[in-house]
Design a protein around this ligand. Sequence first.
Ligand code: AMP
Length: 145
Amino acid sequence: MTLHADYDPDNIFAKIVRGEMPSVKVFEDETALAFMDVFPQSEGHTLIIPKEVQARNFLDMPTERVGAYMERVQTVARAVEKALNPDGVVVTQFNGAPAGQTVFHLHFHVIPRWTDKALSGHASGQMADISNLEAIAAKIRAELG
Ligand code: AMP
């Protein structure tokens, strides 16, 4: 049962929030942290996670915290769009392993799409070059002011 289970405080995203694991950050405040996906499905694939809450998935998220968190998701999605000028943007999220979830701390994906470019596989393939991710993150950060 990955849909309803205890939150593991040592999941990789919890470690990133605590600074115990590195990440290429684009945004952080008291509500959320956004960073580059290290197995990007497209250029600019960004993840936004809530802070100060132990939610495995969207269904677990305390309702009173959803609004502030989703505002950050939209803020980052808009910055990704401005920074990279894609033809479309996927904003998505998976609940439970059968739905495709692989990391059990709530996160939304922002995945830019270009009409002529296929998506890479989900959470698979080659890890991205970190200096390349840093360059993309700098463009996104510039749009976040
Ligand atoms: P999901 O499968 O929806 O749980 O998404 C987890 C996402 O986290 C996948 O897209 C992975 O590529 C990504 N991911 C896994 N480990 C890391 C990490 N250490 N830093 C950044 N992204 C990661």
